[in-house]
Design a protein around this ligand. Sequence first.
Ligand code: PEP
Ligand code: MG
Length: 537
Amino acid sequence: MECYRGKSVGKGIAIGKLFFYRKKERQAVRKESADTEGEIGRYRQARTKAVGELKALYEKALREVGEVGAAIFETHQMMLEDPDFVTAIENIIVSQKVNAEYAVTAAGKNFYQMFSDMEDEYFRERAADVGDVTDRLLDALEGKEEREQVPEEPVILAAEDLAPSETVQMDKGRLLAFVTELGSSNSHTAILARTMNIPAVSGIAVRPEWDGRTAVVDGYSGVLYIDPEQETLEKMQRRLEEDRRQVQLLASLKGRESVTKSGRKILLYANIGGVADVASALANDAEGIGLFRSEFLYLEKDDYPREEELFQAYKAVAEMMGGKRVIIRTLDIGADKQAGYFRIPREENPAMGLRAIRICLERPEVFKTQLRAVFRAGVYGNLAVMYPMITSVEEVRQVRKLADQVKAELSEEGIAFAHMEQGIMIETPAAALISDALAKEVDFFSIGTNDLTQYTLAIDRQNPALDKYYDPHHPAVLRLIGEVIQNGHREGCLVGICGELGADTSLTETFIRMGIDELSVSPSRILPVRQEILRTE
Ligand code: PEP
Ligand code: MG
């Protein structure tokens, strides 16, 4: 038996045959070509074909893994159509009088290098996307239709690296797990693996001679066993059986109320990134939406979305949830979520920079457009709105003043809108510490434990090197949560948790004892949390 330790990027156990996925070796041959117009024409045709493929992939991913996963393919389209990338390729064809394949490869390498050299982890990860887009263009130029397919029988896929488009194109029914050498837990492939709900381990130097050998992937502890010995195999089989039983048990919890043994009702909601995630929220029995991360609608665009577009998206979610509560979190852009057209100046510490409510207050026109869409959509369901990254009472007053202005304008224009509950996210230590004063200003609180942990412990949540210090169970974080709940309740505010910690079942009982009213978690975590609520006294 061989045993390799990597990093878990998707939980679960898989047992099966390994399939070594070979990347095509790409060496675009440099050919002189005096027919520059012809080569530019070939390149443009290939680009149109590639854009068409990406549109189809976007639709496929949207159906299979939801909006957050599908957004990758919109990013790829934007890269393909990026004026700097386009100009670079065409300039190489013209100035060097070369074939389109060579120009695409050369420009792709430059852009890959540029992203790889960036300081920011998120942008470094985008280098893989540049490689993926370049490959797609080359395939289109060479007239290739299909990428390598995995075998019919389900396999554990081992690859040096997987481009997000390769991951999504694979037939999910044939994949038991991923093992890759590259890719951090923030890479798109890792995100996709988690959304597809299959075990995945990265950081293992995979080898072609493993192809066809029996293996076990322990996605809980990030270990790969090759030719496992009987004892390990049996242990993992038992674990796999347990997981299957758990899935069945969870399915039996659908339709049940989320109440403790003593009869206390906990509101169990879902976090979503867009309209396409509503289906998975409902399939997992969400009682409402506790966090609609509205910024994804902005991140997918290359210009500010119009009021009508936003309105239609919010209205669709409100209607699909059929009267269940939907909390729209207003724009939380900045830090790790950047949209180029916002032109946010480069910052040394973007997580502590111009982000979320700060941008909205500095750019009231952008904010007011969103608020108009939110209040208008309120007519079509049970909507509430909440504001992210609050640090002071003054900010809340400014926000509420703008909200009042928006409503007055809508009223003057004779446009229908709803007065709805307005709440804030508690995700800075400042907000937690003055939650007694903030509670007097708003209708509800939702605790964003992801950022609250980051700011309380002074640990950058984006930096994988600091993973071991990022401890949301730290007593400082838990104490702040307890105080926020008490302060909120004193003023009649409902208090929820919408950060990842809300899904941590080892803390469900603690939160219930603290008096939490609502937990909002990713759709796949709803039933495990319900199970824990039902077990609590
Ligand atoms: C949080 O910070 O806990 C939160 C829910 O917001 P986001 O993860 O979108 O920053
Ligand atoms: Mg946050």
